[in-house]
Design a binder for this molecule. Sequence first.
Ligand SMILES: NC(=O)c1ccc[n+]([C@@H]2O[C@H](COP(=O)([O-])OP(=O)(O)OC[C@H]3O[C@@H](n4cnc5c(N)ncnc54)[C@H](OP(=O)(O)O)[C@@H]3O)[C@@H](O)[C@H]2O)c1
Length: 245
Amino acid sequence: MEGKVALVTGGSRGIGKAIALELAKSGATVVINYNGSRDKAMDLKQEIGGRGGRAEIYQCNVSDFAKCEELVHGIVKQYGSLDILVNNAGITKDGLLMKMSEEDFDKVVDVNLKGAFNTIRFASRQMLKQKSGRIINLSSVVGVAGNAGQANYASSKAGIIGLTKAAAKELASRGITVNAIAPGFIETDMTDALPEKVKEATVSQIPLGRFGRPQDVARLAAFLASESSGYITGQVIHVDGGMVM
Ligand SMILES: NC(=O)c1ccc[n+]([C@@H]2O[C@H](COP(=O)([O-])OP(=O)(O)OC[C@H]3O[C@@H](n4cnc5c(N)ncnc54)[C@H](OP(=O)(O)O)[C@@H]3O)[C@@H](O)[C@H]2O)c1
């Protein structure tokens, strides 16, 4: 990926951090987008630099359409291209459907789904000019199978699958691939917040018998971002220890 420029949204922590590290290891220049975690983004930039890689940090709330335009234009102005877009930023605001506030529904969809639309909207214009590009969207097994207490999150992650397939069809003729990754339960801050009982019940439903690690997802993202994946588009690939088959 030498010479390639990658944007990883929500790249300061968890799965996004692992993806940023993996892409930088493969030679890409990585723009680490963060919303609130500036210090973590800065630490990651230094970690990548210390390993001989190239990284920059960029604050942007991905649910803000105009700010995403600035983000993408800023990258193209600074580096001259945008080759890889990883839509990883995501949040949860769990609750039972009949008690869920309108605000909690909107917030999750705004970040998880509209955020991905916003970046694709601007990045795809640049990729169309370049006649190449890789877009990778983080969905979830919850977007495929549903989950009680996550109507907002499941809707956003199912929406990501539709967005991925529509974008894949629109952009394929210019050599741009668009794929989604559907992780199962991965050890990050997001799943750390789950009660022990829920974690135990979840593990019992995973054929491989453990939660995944951020690197499990990052290695697939790096493959989908590489030249080797050029004949794969519009797909939803599970990294879930066999949880949803
Ligand atoms: N962990 C899992 O088990 C799992 C399973 C399936 C799918 N996923 C998906 O994988 C992705 C990463 O999950 P994770 O577990 O690594 O989550 P995480 O540890 O909670 O990290 C979330 C990341 O998203 C960023 N973010 C949140 N709101 C943002 C916004 N408005 N604008 C820009 N960035 C924002 C955060 O940045 P700041 O800290 O700077 O706010 C942070 O870097 C998410 O899309 C999630 O839905 C995770």
